[in-house]
Design a protein around this ligand. Structure first.
Ligand code: DON
Length: 588
């Protein structure tokens, strides 16, 4: 089955043996006991080096929480769940109880990767044209900043599911640090103060948000001030006592329903009671001798990561040079084709027959590669009209955990925008997502990330909106060698792609892989977004090939990566946002 038919032949099948050999050396040469960790003197960026336990997240208190759980004897899942709950307290713009996400868990003892889907679902009362006004136009305000924009949250169910099935401590143990952070308070960090300041207008109009995130006079929380979240602490305590039922049937459910009823929201008692976590089979693909485990739909991340790697595998990328014009041209053309497919074929697999196997088939990758003109850009307008990217500031967050036994967790979760819908649940202390905007509100009209969709991702009751979140775990010879993931809306998939390429093809350590400049293309708009660091010479060559380049208004992605050589772990928090940290498990 072919999805695109672009005919130009350039099919290199050769592998770069050198690359493969040297990457094997990177990941195995320190594996015998007592040898020191690998620190390359020539590298400009270095990961944090630790023993076998490591936590990397976008907020330092949350990373410390996870690392402390590892030190207390918890496994990677315990630490990940504790980190997830801690982020809900310390990183309110993205850490959450009111959103959803995806978690990959590699269980070393079973040599098995589990894919946990805790994505939000559309309420039962949601209809296809929910966000269309009387003229049939998409009402963006309704889709993004109203009670209608919230899908039924999955985070609490997802984290508790992971903990109860794969953790080793009690739920109360992994919730305790988050409860403490909420109850005793944290000192507001500069990044949090800055971000609240930026979001002030959007948040302050909702009484509960105003109460939780601003002083009595409406000024945002100040850096350095002590911030206690009593209502959030009560919610977390209820979870510790009653488990997920507290949220989906008990006290918290009542608070959500009261808020929905008062404000015209759609989420009902039944919606909450019906919420289910789904364990799916992880998608697995190969790239130059590595095995890549990723998330299947309703995330588009895994499918398109593997599809793009299949296309790129046929070229000797190393020889082209990292971020050379020839390399970037191949990346752009690859991304363009994958995102075109995304708009048509991807959606919730329980509602739409997503042709996953065909999309990640190597022969389809070859076919797409053969259609790429190496001299010129293929205009996306040959396929569909161009569109614009959003103004809104997005926020999602990824964290990675590795434990002493070699278990690995790769988790991305989100409330979609920074602070989600901006609406906090009165009395419950957390923000509601605006994930309903990830659906295609109307065919041909882009969502907040400029992404298009059609029937596959149309709104239907109980359907999960299509996501781009791309947690991955990469294996070599059956052993996990690194894990990564990123926020960034539509740029998540291309960020993870470039991270994998930087490590596998260009032999970068994970800190260098994170620091390297990124580019992004998503078919429409037909624009290549570039970060600082792509040279003017390179840009000129790309323009000569027919590409439209634009300096990205914000950074592209923000990875949280861990690698391991079997003896040590290496953690790299992306420096594209201040305040994150890779924290090694303190020695026991
Ligand atoms: O699931 C998705 O693809 C989006 N809701 C993710 C949003 C996001 O990454 C915002 N981040 N920076």
């Amino acid at each position: 089955m072919y999805f695109q038919d672009i005919g130009f032949i350039n099919n290199f099948k050769a592998h770069s043996l050198l690359t493969v050999i040297s990457v094997i050396l990177i990941f195995t040469s320190a594996s015998s006991y007592g040898e020191p960790p690998i620190i390359e003197y020539g590298d400009r960026f270095h990961p944090v080096v630790g023993g076998r336990g490591m936590v990397v997240s976008q907020e330092i208190l949350a990373s410390q929480t996870g690392a402390a759980i590892l030190a207390a004897g918890g496994n990677a899942v315990d630490a990940a769940v504790a980190t997830g709950f801690a982020l809900a307290v310390t990183l309110p713009q993205a850490g959450n109880l009111g959103g959803g996400g995806f978690m990959l868990v590699y269980l070393a003892s079973e040599n098995k990767t589990i894919a946990i889907d805790y994505r939000e679902v559309a309420p039962l009362a949601a209809v296809r044209d929910l966000f269309l006004d009387k003229n049939g136009e998409v009402d963006k305000n309704k889709a993004r900043f109203s009670y209608l924009s919230a899908g039924v949250p999955g985070t609490v169910a997802g984290l508790i599911h992971a903990q109860q099935n794969y953790g080793s401590l009690s739920l109360a143990d992994v919730l305790a640090p988050a409860i403490k952070l909420a109850e005793q308070g944290i000192r507001v960090s500069y990044p949090l103060a800055y971000s609240l300041n930026r979001a002030q207008q959007r948040l302050i109009k909702w009484p509960a948000s105003r109460k939780y995130y601003f002083g009595p006079d409406g000024t945002p929380l100040q850096a350095g001030s002590l911030w206690r979240q009593a209502d959030l602490a009560s919610t977390l305590k209820a979870l510790a006592k009653e488990g997920r039922d507290a949220f989906y049937q008990g006290r918290v459910a009542e608070l959500i329903i009261a808020d929905m009823n008062q404000n015209g929201g759609l989420i009902t008692r039944q919606d909450l009671a019906d919420y289910r976590v789904i364990e799916r089979e992880a998608l697995v693909g190969t790239y130059r001798g590595y095995d890549i485990a990723a998330m299947p739909p309703p995330s588009s991340g895994g499918v398109h990561l593997l599809q793009m790697l299949n296309i790129l595998e046929g070229w000797k990328l190393t020889e082209l040079g990292h971020n050379s014009a020839e390399y970037i041209h191949r990346l752009i053309e690859t991304m363009r084709r994958a995102y075109a497919d995304r708009s048509k074929y991807l959606g919730d697999p329980d509602f739409y027959p997503v042709p996953v196997a065909d999309l990640i088939d190597k022969s389809y990758g070859t076919r797409l590669r053969e259609g790429i003109n190496l001299d010129h850009a293929t205009p996306s307008s040959d396929i569909a009209p161009g569109l614009n990217l959003p103004e809104e500031s997005p926020q999602t967050t990824h964290f990675s955990v590795w434990d002493n036994a070699g278990n690995v967790v790769s988790n991305t979760y989100t409330i979609n925008f920074s602070y989600g819908s901006g609406i906090a649940v009165e009395g419950a202390g957390f923000l509601l997502n605006n994930e309903m905007d990830d659906f295609s509100a109307k065919s041909g009209v882009p969502n907040a990330y400029g992404l298009l969709g059609g029937q596959a991702n149309a709104i239907e009751p109980k359907k999960r909106p299509l996501s781009s979140m791309t947690p991955v775990i990469v294996f070599k010879g059956g052993e996990p060698v690194f894990t990564t993931g990123s926020p960034g809306g539509s740029t998540i998939i291309t960020t993870v792609l470039q991270t994998v390429l930087n490590v596998v093809d260009f032999e970068m350590n994970i800190a260098e892989a994170a620091a390297a400049a990124r580019i992004h293309h998503q078919w429409l708009p037909d624009t290549v977004f570039i970060e600082t660091g792509i040279s003017l010479d390179t840009q000129r060559l790309l323009v000569e090939k027919g590409h439209d380049l634009q300096k990205s208004r914000r950074v592209i992605g923000r990875t949280q990566t861990i690698s391991s050589d079997g003896e040590y772990t290496y953690g790299a928090n992306d420096y594209r946002w201040p305040g994150g940290a890779a924290i090694a498990e303190p020695s026991r």
